[in-house]
Design a protein around this ligand. Sequence first.
Ligand code: ADP
Length: 159
Amino acid sequence: MALAVYPGSFDPVTNGHLNIIRRAVKLFDQVIVAVAYNVRKKGLFSVQERLEMLEFVTRDIPGVEVDSFQGLLVNYMQKRQATVVLRGLRAISDFEYEFQMAHMNNYLAADIETVFMMTGAEEFYISSNIVKEVASLDGDVSGLVPGVVEEYLRRKNKK
Ligand code: ADP
């Protein structure tokens, strides 16, 4: 069975992530969207909140599981018996970091392959960071994130 893990911060999930997920389920039997606990990156949303949003927006997409992991991705992959890491590529600026991570993961676990999917034509400029920034300044992000995420952002910014 072709099982792919799509790891990331998803702080919060955007239409860019969703575009990748929707296309990926056509290629893999199962896609595990895995939120990474990152000690160095304190997010706007807790991992619990990110999982809630992801569960909600992927509930109608068959073949998707939402999970979280701590520590090394390769250890999580081994635990889940998955060998494919799925990542999205937006701009050239993504490339250097992704290139390094893909090789590092392959060095740590030789049977792990990273598969890249090119961003959607409508979503190439969307990042969680820019969405958070615009939302915090009261800008309209309705075309960039699912409705439920807009609602979570509104609540967070009211606090
Ligand atoms: P990370 O902090 O691990 O980069 P992100 O949540 O920012 O986590 O992104 C997870 C993955 O989704 C990364 O591979 C990233 O390149 C990809 N991604 C993010 N935004 C988009 C987008 N708009 N289009 C395609 N891929 C995207």
